[in-house]
Each structure stands twice: as structure tokens, then as C-alpha cells.
Design a binder for this molecule. Structure first.
Ligand SMILES: Cc1ncc(COP(=O)(O)O)c(C=O)c1O
Length: 401
């Protein structure tokens, strides 16, 4: 018997989380597994963040919060946008949610009519399409291959807009590719969007601070000020402050859209945990050294992986500009045979074989709308990354043409 309605039955659980669960199960059975499937910093948040949460508990500052978020935290978010992005938002133009993910839920729940289209350039984060479908929308995937730097351009955008288009989903730095849009690239998209006033833009900037090379981050709303009033910026403390489990994301956008998100929040989760909000406030207003140090650590790890992958015959890899993933082309290895004589048909089989026979957990490119790749998180120790490259190399070597 199924209990699910059509919408719930039409989506799947997060593939990366499902793979991480499978990897954990194998590890619990005693297998030696390196799990690089999930994207989360492997270090603790700064000490003052934990202290702020403990203090909130001790002082009884843990009651229901305002749906939009604690006032002090919203002030800190306003200051963050001014300080880091040169963007002016008023307090009622920002809100706090349970992670960036919940902002997407709120935005689509509040705005999508049945059949509205959401343009999603691929490769894209595994959850976008299913979150759209769950809210009655139609994900329209636009393939942006390696030749396009994995980025959407004006021509492809124009060709994908229809009278039903409601949102364009952007994500820079990108999960999984690490691609970062420049001001010029955003402006080219902005020129197209100017001709389509019904289309709103979500700019997922959650990896803003994870910059691995000398490539600058720009916020979409800063690059395209004329579109500020139909842009929803999605950000949060998960990746920048190693606070993935605290579940604090924040959004900025036009007042009426933010009010709609607050309404969704007030009738669903009420507010974000006020303890976690106290911690996020400390993160955004405290010493920011941690953020730069995290990025430098990830840049060092990206280099280790890039050097090792360059020595593996048959894999294609361009070191990422941002975020903490290695998106590795395995297309040239598909069709080869395993030691048992089975043909490796696609990236999903490749990732499954890598986990089962070589103890390395990755996410197949198909989950990101990009077959022919696998994604490894580089948010792991140097030792684990070296071990992961050894295992990938061993598997590649075991394949026969
Ligand atoms: C592109 C992207 N957006 C959003 C999220 C979710 O972030 P949060 O932890 O704030 O919900 C992730 C998490 O992996 C992500 O990769």
C-alpha cells in the first residue's frame, strides 16, 4: 500500500543522502569505506559560535522566535549584504529559514502555480528539480556542458524561456562543478531577463566564501541591479561556518516576496531554532578569519586532488574555481569491462562499482543531470583524499577495454 500522493510519489529522496546512508551501512558492516558523497565541511564551527548557543540555552533565550527570524540576526544579515556584497536591503527584505533548502521550499510553495516552469541549468545540485516538482512546478533542465564552462549563457537562456517560465535557478559557485559566474556573464543573462518581466531569479550563493582560486565572487543582485526586485538571494551559514547541522539559512529579496516566505514559515515550522539563530548571529558578527582559513584549506585539498587525478589515465578533470567538490569526467572509461567481465555502462554503475569493490563513495553525475561524471567531496582530510585517489586509480586500472 502506498500512502504517498502524486507529488510525493513523483520525487525521490536526495540521491547524495541515500548514497551516504549506503556507505555508512557498509562501514557499519566492517568494510573500509572512504565516504566522499556528502558536501559538508569536516571541521567544527568557531568556538564563539558554540558559546553563543550555550549561552542562549543557559539564559532561557530559547522560546518561539519570530517567523522572519530574530531581529538581531536579521540586522546582522542586512550588514552582511552591505559589507560583503555592496547590497542594500532593509530588515523586512531579509528572512531566516531552516537552511537554504527551506528557503527554496518557501519560495516555490508561495509562488508556483501548477505547471509553472523553473529553468535549471545543469549540472545542478541534486535537490532543485525535485523541490520544484513537489510544489507543482515543471523543472526545465538546460544542459551547460564543459565546453560552456558548465554555465548558462544568454542564448541558451533565451531559448528556454516560455510563457510558463516563473523562475530561473542560478547557483554560483556551483555544486557540483565549482563554476563561478562573472559580472559580465550575469549581465548577459540579465539582458535576456529584462525582456521577460514575469521571470523571477533565485541566486543560490551558499558557497560564496568557498573560493579556491583567484576568481572573484559576485552576487547576482549586485551584477544586475535592475533585477534586484525580482531576485531572491539564498545563502546561509552551513558551508561558510561549518554549521551544516545547525540549519540556518537566510534570504534577501523584495519585501512582498519575503513577506510571502514568512507567511509560509509561520504556518509550517514557526521559526528557526532560536538557539541556532543565536549561534548564526555570533557567526555573522564575530571574527571572520575562520571563513578565509576554511577556503584556504579547501584550496589546498583541491590541489592535492588535481595533482593526483592528472596522473590517472582516462579521467578528465578541471580544477574547480569554488565550492568543495571534484567533478570528474569518467566518460572515456564507460563501456570498459570490470575484472568480472561486466561492461560498465554508465556513471551510476561506475559509482556503484567504486563503492562496492574499492570502498570509495561518490555521487554519479546523473544525479546532477550530468551523466558521464562522478562527484567527490573534497571536504575531507588530506589522507582521505589521497586514499580516495588511490582507490579511484586502482579501479581505473582494473578496467579492461
Ligand atoms: C547548491 C546548494 N544549495 C543549497 C544547499 C543546502 O544548504 P543548507 O544546508 O543551508 O540547507 C546545498 C547543500 O549541499 C547546496 O549544495
Amino acid at each position: 500500500m502506498t500512502f504517498e500522493n502524486k507529488r510525493a510519489a513523483g520525487i525521490k529522496s536526495s540521491p547524495s543522502m541515500a548514497i551516504a546512508t549506503a556507505a555508512k551501512k557498509l562501514a557499519a558492516e566492517g568494510r573500509d569505506i572512504i565516504d566522499l558523497s556528502l558536501g559538508e565541511p569536516d571541521f567544527k564551527p568557531p568556538a564563539h559560535v558554540a558559546e553563543a548557543a550555550i549561552e542562549a540555552i543557559r539564559n532561557g533565550r530559547a522560546r518561539y522566535g519570530a517567523a522572519a527570524g530574530m531581529e538581531g540576526l536579521r540586522d546582522a544579515i542586512v550588514s552582511k549584504f552591505k559589507r560583503e556584497n555592496q547590497l542594500d536591503y532593509a530588515v523586512d527584505e531579509v528572512m531566516v529559514a531552516n537552511g537554504a533548502k527551506q528557503i527554496l521550499f518557501g519560495a516555490f510553495l508561495a509562488t508556483l502555480e501548477e505547471g509553472d516552469e523553473v529553468i535549471i541549468p545543469t549540472p545542478c545540485w541534486v535537490s532543485y528539480g525535485d523541490i520544484v516538482s513537489l510544489h507543482g512546478g515543471e523543472p526545465v533542465y538546460v544542459s551547460c556542458g564543459i565546453d560552456a564552462g558548465f554555465k548558462l549563457d544568454a542564448k541558451r537562456l533565451e531559448a528556454s524561456i516560455t510563457p510558463k517560465t516563473r523562475w530561473l535557478m542560478l547557483n554560483s559557485p556551483s555544486n557540483p562543478t565549482g563554476a563561478i559566474y562573472s559580472q559580465e556573464e550575469y549581465r548577459a543573462l540579465g539582458t535576456v531577463l529584462a525582456r521577460h518581466p514575469r521571470v523571477l531569479v533565485i541566486s543560490d550563493e551558499i558557497y560564496e566564501h568557498v573560493l579556491l582560486k583567484d576568481v572573484a565572487f559576485v552576487s547576482f543582485a549586485w551584477a544586475c541591479p535592475d533585477l534586484r526586485d525580482r531576485t531572491l538571494i539564498v545563502n546561509g551559514v552551513s558551508k561558510a561556518y561549518a554549521m551544516t547541522g545547525w540549519r540556518v539559512g537566510y534570504a534577501a529579496g523584495p519585501k512582498s516576496l519575503i513577506a510571502a516566505l514568512n507567511k509560509m514559515q509561520s504556518q509550517s515550522v514557526t521559526s528557526v531554532s532560536t538557539i541556532a539563530q543565536a549561534a548564526a548571529l555570533a557567526a555573522l558578527t564575530g571574527d571572520q578569519t575562520f571563513v578565509g582559513e576554511g577556503a584556504a584549506t579547501f584550496a589546498g585539498r583541491a590541489k592535492i586532488v588535481a595533482d593526483r587525478l592528472a596522473q590517472i589515465e582516462g579521467v578528465d578533470f578541471t580544477p574547480p574555481d569554488g565550492a568543495f567538490y571534484a567533478f570528474i569526467g569518467v566518460q572515456r572509461l564507460l563501456g570498459r569491462k570490470t575484472a568480472a567481465g561486466e561492461v560498465m555502462p554508465d556513471d551510476t554503475a561506475f559509482a556503484a562499482h567504486l563503492l562496492q569493490h574499492f570502498g570509495l563513495s561518490s555521487v554519479p553525475g546523473a544525479a546532477f543531470g550530468a551523466p558521464g561524471f562522478i562527484r567527490l567531496s573534497i571536504a575531507a582530510s588530506d589522507r582521505e583524499l589521497e586514499g580516495a585517489c588511490d582507490r579511484l586509480a586502482a579501479m581505473v586500472q582494473s578496467l579492461q577495454i
